[in-house]
Ligand binder design. Sequence first.
Ligand code: ASP
Length: 591
Amino acid sequence: MRSHYCGALGTSNIDETVTLCGWVDRRRDHGGVIFLDLRDRQGIVQVVFDPDTEEHFQRADRVRSEYVLRVSGRVRARSAGTVNPAMATGEIEVLGKELEVLNQAATPPFQMDEYTSVGEEVRLQYRYMDLRRQEMQERLMLRSRITTQVRNFLDGEGFLDIETPILTRATPEGARDYLVPSRTHPGQFFALPQSPQLFKQLLMVAGFDRYYQIAKCFRDEDLRADRQPEFTQIDIETAFLDEAAIMDVTERMIRELFRAVLQVDLPAFPHMPYAEAMERYGSDKPDLRIPLELVSVDDLMQQVDFKVFRGPADDPAGRVAALRVPGGATISRKEIDDYTSYVAIFGARGLAWIKVNDIDAGVAGLQSPILKFMPEEVVARMMQRLGAANGDIIFFGADRARVVNEALGALRIKVAQDLDMVADGWAPLWVVDFPMFEEEGEGGWTPLHHPFTAPACSVDELRANPGQALSRAYDMVLNGCELGGGSIRIFQRDMQEAVFRILEIDEAEAEEKFGFLLKALQYGAPPHGGLAFGLDRLVMLMTGATSIRDVIAFPKTQTAHCVLTDAPGDVSAQQLRELNIRLRQAREEAG
Ligand code: ASP
């Protein structure tokens, strides 16, 4: 139907006769001449109809926004005064000869350039209109280029694209499962995969050696800002590669992706142990574009009487840390109050601070409500350790280590954003040497990754001291976002059973839930490992979008609702009966 895309036309097409198909972006009537901005996925071009082409001119006069047209005409240069440098096709226009209305359109629910004022619900309800906007078109086209590039790279490295089931058993990744009732097995349920984890491991047992899949994953979580109940992973697994080799191939994948799609050469990826990341940044996904760091002062605070600091300093599970912000002395009391409320979200019960007015004047040159609780000598040593300078503000966290890390880690990012201290560009790294387990409540353990991650020690060492054990896991972090994570897996049954026991999954439960995996490990499972990248987040970073919803064609809202189709929705009594399901509450009552 068409000879060219609207947005692809340029001066090289001058004098060509072209046929275009697209939507009316705008229609203007200028003294008997009609200007149509015609839009397709490649962009917009101006088409001019003058009354010489009587019949077509009349039609052009009647078209409205978002009508679908087929237009033929001749490309010509715009006269010097009418060139539009803000438009990619602004040096040319098409002198329209023929116009066919392929379809009409109702008045759009919102003006394309006023999408922000209508709110996201309306945008999602009319997603097909929202997606017509150039910005959204570009993002989804970039997403497609990214997946194509990834596929080409992995194909070149000998990876096989193999699909795994969506209707399956629970694969634990730390979230709730989405369940699907079975009609043929009354009272029983499938779980949608939280990831293809166990199937990709079975593919390694099966000898496929290098697998990838651009896979949908489903996690029923209370949704935070950048989460979706269904999302996409670039899922990878390999056999006979150790962690260095896996990090190498996937780092090259990301590097080549950035080069091909964004023409960006990523800097080196440093490797940082988890413990160091927590110590210096309070986070296992530090944003290295920010020059601020946490500094522990526990030893100094063991020498003060100030209970708020002394208690956590003496407690092995506590931490007292300082965050020095150069130039932060200009932060007002009101702003400090706002930061105090901010850190409270992470459980911090206050936010102590010291402003440095004149470092050479000793304590007299400092300003703070907490100085009176500290011996001068301790303050002096602390200032030295922090490298304090005039104009600084120093914030403190004192609590259980987890609270301090979360609170000061988040404050570090917020203050840096507020004071414009986030450097431009890309700061990737690998975080390595994660602990195997986190303590959960009274003496219980939960896996830091998932229960199939191999420890970096023997079965006996693991049993003797689970809290000290490190895992063979690695996360790739970019600009403070976890892009992907994975590990070398357990490939021997005794180790897998030992991990289950530490997680208080007894033999019967292990057999019931993961018997198929344990069995497979007995039939010549090779050493294997892999990782998965969050595709949505990767695309978000690469497109500069601020929400993953903006890089997903049909996302769900924060309450896991699809407003476009109004899903989830009611089902008929007949369907429920077939599934052997009786609702506990009649729907009318529930409503
Ligand atoms: N299955 C893991 C996840 O979804 C990734 C991996 O270990 O490969 O986070």
